[in-house]
Design a protein around this ligand. Structure first.
Ligand code: FPP
Length: 238
């Protein structure tokens, strides 16, 4: 494996534990090739497998991807169906290959509007992969940062608490118990946060690249990591 000209990647543990991706640009990638938008999502799902392997090889312990936002229901029904189908196929694959790949999967989001079949599958995958502790893939599905914060607030209110601190609040989010993202990458040229991990990103570094997600390469990932490692994260201190 090539890593800044060296043979093995450096150990990033502690400096880059959790990376998150806003996988934007699938539709534009497809349009550019005269293909239907669905083909862009299929290519995006394929690229996710490659980028995930690369993250793991680089000793990153957690990857979170934005697969479907609370706003994405506004898309045409056939596009929504195709994204759900790709996700369902991917969950089948993860379940089938779990002993070989040994990674944990968590779904972040409100599962209420999803099909019963998909909700069952999610439960199954989460349960059957819960034992793999070294590497976790979080899939944000029907996820919105504001919605997540409000549901945490409502859950805390329902439990009768009078006051919350940061730790209690963090624990009530979908990401409860997980480390915050160190680095959030958005592909395809937009420089928006789009309601992704609003609370968790308080001290995250961001990287924006022009490449659409289906073409986002391991080489670009390495360049982003190289740049990230040069940054001085001060968390408000000096
Ligand atoms: C954003 O691109 C992408 C999405 C809304 C869907 C992402 C879904 C996948 C990569 C496939 C399914 C997920 C998994 C985890 C297997 P866009 O469609 O907004 O692109 P555009 O801005 O160019 O139209």
């Amino acid at each position: 494996m090539k890593w800044f000209g060296k043979k093995t990647p450096p150990d990033l543990s502690g400096r880059l534990t959790h990376i998150a991706f806003i996988m934007d640009g699938n539709g534009r990638w497809a349009k550019h090739r005269g293909l239907p938008r669905e083909a862009g999502h299929a290519a995006g799902a394929k690229n996710l497998r490659k980028i995930l392997t690369a993250c793991r090889d680089r000793n990153i312990h957690m990857v979170t991807v934005y697969a479907f936002s609370t706003e994405n229901w506004r898309r045409p029904a056939h596009e929504v169906e195709e994204i759900m189908r790709l996700l369902s196929d991917y969950l089948d694959e993860i379940l089938r290959d779990r002993e070989k790949n040994r990674f944990r999967v968590r779904i972040l989001g409100d599962l209420t509007p999803l099909s019963e079949e998909l909700v069952w599958k999610i439960g199954d995958v989460e349960e059957q992969t819960a034992q793999y502790e070294g590497f976790t893939l979080n899939i944000a599905l029907n996820y919105g940062g504001r919605q997540e914060i409000l549901s945490a607030v409502n859950r805390l209110l329902a439990s009768g608490v009078q006051e919350v601190d940061e730790a209690t609040f963090s624990a009530a989010l979908y990401t409860g118990g997980m480390p915050d993202p160190d680095l959030i990458v958005r592909t395809s040229g937009e420089t928006r946060v789009s309601n992704f991990l609003l609370w968790q990103a308080a001290y995250a570094e961001y990287a924006f690249v022009k490449t659409p997600w289906p073409s986002f390469s391991v080489r670009e990932l390495d360049a982003i990591i190289e740049d990230y490692l040069k940054r001085n994260r001060r968390y408000g201190g000096l």
